[in-house]
Structure formats: structure tokens, C-alpha cells
Design a protein around this ligand. Sequence first.
Ligand SMILES: Cc1ncc(COP(=O)(O)O)c(C=O)c1O
Length: 404
Amino acid sequence: MDATIRDAFAYSKVPLSVARKAYSKIRASTEGRPIHAEQVAAKGDSFIRHHLRTLSPYQPILPFEVLSRNLGRKPEDIVKLDANENPYGPPPEVFEALSTLKFPYIYPDPETRLLRAALAQDSGLEIEHILVGCGADELIDLIMRCVLDPGDKILDCPPTFAMYGFDAAVNAASVVNVPRRSDFTLDIPQIIQVVKQEKPKCIFLTSPNNPDGSVINDVDVLEILKLPILVVLDEAYIEFSHIPSKMDWVKKHENLIVLRTFSKRAGLAGLRVGYGAFPLSIIQYLWRAKQPYNVSVAAEVCACAALQNPGYLENVKNLLLQERERLFNLLNQVPFLKPFSSHSNFILCEVTSEKDAKKLKEDLMQMGIMIRHYDNKELKGFVRVSVGKPVHTDALMRCLRKLY
Ligand SMILES: Cc1ncc(COP(=O)(O)O)c(C=O)c1O
């Protein structure tokens, strides 16, 4: 085989036997004329990293406009209770700030100094410990990119937020699962055992946990912090619980990272702003590895504006907590639902035997109500309903009543 051609195949990591076959096909099709390397059209997917070729695609929720078209309903006639968004949206200061953006044509501050200063004030943690990302999602991936070598393991405690497993797969890591118990508490003895045996590099803990809304108690967090593992504590929904954030714990624990977001608390899911608290020994590497302009000018300005109105944020939180209680009581009266009490802005429900959870989701969707349905190993036959405004609960209940 011609050396240049062989190199081209070697570069694309095609096994030699496959390359030989392809080469003879090419020779036949060129009828003996000489072939140059640039003429060998390797298949596009041969350029993709091996571990990504078997990755299942992430299943995102449908955008509002697409959903509206599919259902033949105006977006405002759809009750969206499937992604734990904050239906009250951000405070008025955010809209004002967006409409008066001065420098959208200039790259944003790579160090998000204004927002980090505002977050330092909001959290009481020094600015040096804080890093902002394009959603907490970006930070989960950034942490993995900094921490994991291909083949490393992460420890996950399902059922939980699917992005940990997804990002681990993207980063060529494998996932060791220690499932939560039936009441969704962590199985601490099993976690300790698995850390010893499998030596995962980091563990993702979610408190309140998505999708059930349970919180992890301090004793359990401290127990896990004693292990030789990096603990990423995801507090995306912490504002809806009674427990204070553990952001300042990163000063005492070199193996702790705490993640938070503006998506839920401040109704900014569409603008993508998340942040994390890190030990100084870790944060310096995230600064080096992150994309310089990861947080847009609009995102930073809006997040700062949201923090200027803590009264609004508190009020919206209280409205959601009140509605959570009302929603729970109403769901509890539905003959085929068993709701789990939640410390977050959503309620997980088991769909009891006589009803099919997937059909329930689909029936509600046809009536313009979106909820989340689960069909995985840990949660077969469960649905999750985000807490909305009282009108959303009323609409949901009207539709549920049509189904019994
Ligand atoms: C537990 C958890 N962490 C992180 C996120 C992502 O947050 P962000 O919107 O800031 O990327 C979500 C979003 O639903 C979540 O449920």
C-alpha cells in the first residue's frame, strides 16, 4: 500500500484490515491510476474520538416554539412543568438591564469581576473562591475536564441529575453507581466501600436532589468528605430548601466544590449563568482550562441585575414554596399518584399500578400540560411535576381529573 495512503488511514485510526479492503476498492475504482492521500475520503465518523462513537445522544426537552407547533397550541397556552424553570421569571431590573446593554459588541470580562463581586457579597464567601460558568452545566463539564483522565471513574448516586453521567461519558470516564435507598437517602456504607474498592476520582452529590427533592444531611456530607475523593455538591435548588448553602465549607475542605445557579432561583435559565465555590488549590486550574469568554455580556449584566433585587427573589421563592404545599396536597388526592415530599421546586410522583406513567405524560401533553416522565432502572413509572403558579396547578388538576 502506498505510504501516504497508509499514513492517511493510520491517522484516521481505521483498523489495518478495513484500510486494506478500502484501499483495494479505491484502486479498483481508480483503475490503476495513482492515488494521492487527499483523494482518500475517510468516513466522517472515523475522525470522531473512539469513546464518543458509542455515546447515546442527550435527550433535551423540546424548545417552546417547536412544542407549540407540534401541539398546535400557542406557547402561552402551554403549561410547562417539565424542566423546573421558575415561572415568575427574573426581577424587572433584568429586563431594564437587557434593554440598555451598552457594549454588546465588546467581548465579555473573562473573569466576570462584577458578577463575582456581587456573588461574594450575596454569599459571604471571598471572591477568590468563586468562578462563574455558562450555567452550572458548564461547570460540571469543566470540573470533569480538569479532574478526569480517560478511564477514570466518577461515583454517581442515582436517581439523580443525568448530566453527571453524560459528561463523564463525554470525558471518557466511567460511572460507578451507588443507587440511593428507596427513601432516596444516600447509602453511605456502600459509598465508603465503593470508594475503597473502585477508587473513583470524584462523587456528585445533589442536595436537594433532582428528581425527588430530598436533601442530604450534614453528617452524611461530612462522612463523605473524609474519603479520598473530590466531592462536587450540586446546590442548584438550595434556595427552595430550609438548609443554608455550604459554599463557605470550601475554605475548610480541600476536596469540596459547591455548585449553584441563577436558572432556578432567579428565573434566568435561558440566559445561562451558574457559579461555583472552590478551594483555592483547585480553582486556579479551572481558570486555566475554562473558555475565556464563557459568560456572555448579557448573562453577566442580567445576573448582577437580579442580585440587586433580593426582595423580589425572596418573594418569588415564598410563592413557590406555598404553591409546592398546595400542589403536593392536590396531587396526593389523585387516586393514581403517590407524591414524595420535596425540598425543591418540583414534586416526584409514583404512578400507581392502574395507570401507565408514559401514557399519563402523553395524555397531559395533548391537553397542553408538560410534565417529566421517567422510565429508567431506578424510576420506572414515575413522573416529576415542577411547581408553577397557582393557575398552572389549577390547569394541571383540571386535566388530571379528566383522567379518572
Ligand atoms: C441538579 C441540577 N444541577 C444543575 C442543573 C443545571 O443548571 P444550569 O441551568 O445552571 O446549567 C440542573 C438543571 O436542571 C439541575 O437539575
